[in-house]
Design a protein around this ligand. Sequence first.
Ligand SMILES: Nc1ncnc2c1ncn2[C@@H]1O[C@H](COP(=O)(O)OP(=O)(O)OP(=O)(O)O)[C@@H](O)[C@H]1O
Ligand SMILES: [Mg+2]
Length: 275
Amino acid sequence: MSPARTSAAAPTAAARHENGAPARAAPDPLNAVRCVGVHKSYHLGGQDVHALRGVDLDISEPGFYAIMGASGSGKSTLLHLLGALDTPDRGEVSVGGKSLSKLGERELTDFRRDNIGIVFQQFNLIPTLTARENVELPGMLAGRAGPHLRARAEELLEALGVARRAGHRPDALSGGEQQRVAIARALLFAPRILLADEPTGNLDSASSARLWELLARIAREHTTTVLMVTHEPAAAVHCGRVFVLRDGRVHGSIDTEGLDAAGVASCYQHLVRSA
Ligand SMILES: Nc1ncnc2c1ncn2[C@@H]1O[C@H](COP(=O)(O)OP(=O)(O)OP(=O)(O)O)[C@@H](O)[C@H]1O
Ligand SMILES: [Mg+2]
């Protein structure tokens, strides 16, 4: 493991990996994801759990990025804050060039819909709707029903390789197909930021590998910042940079260029054990 690979407590991303980003992707505020001194605690049964204790993170270029860390290290908490699903106790979260704390509730809802796509481990598809209707749903809720919406949903299902399943309900789809539909739904408004929390946690290894390739392609071809929480070094090799969370902070990051899964695992172990 080369020490140059890992960068302890220097969580600024420069995406260079050919899978993760265009080689010279220009920084664009719309692709930026930034945290400064972010804290988040939960209060449960008289106990305080300090999930995040001062997260600093700075991504300015489109690309495919991973967040790794032990269970309970705050990965999902961080993703929820970036997705404007929750608010920090302290510190600043800005996404797509907007400081989220400065947006009112209505503005935040519109901003999230138009700029941030979110994909979860459990797919979260509506069982009574077809694949196409699931993809169309956020547009319906935003009052944009019509032929354009249908065409957009069909275009996305085609691009994600599930067009032939458009008329099927989720229970007739494989796990990998369901997750592709969920990604299509997250991409409906062409967000410049796509957040994914263990999106392959319910998939077999072949489906997982296809999904990681797909996310890398989305980052590359749609000029999107894809930020994925994962436990798997095999996933992280598809990303340009891996941010490692430890003790509620970004403890360092790994430049994955040229690394295989064993190399990423070794860098990760080095980082989580280092002082
Ligand atoms: N709603 C909540 N109420 C109370 N505590 C919570 C809540 N959500 C998370 N926590 C606690 O905050 C800490 C961080 O949780 P989080 O879910 O962010 O971890 P994680 O890194 O995503 O873990 P995993 O890999 O298991 O998904 C944990 O100690 C967890 O128990
Ligand atoms: Mg989690």
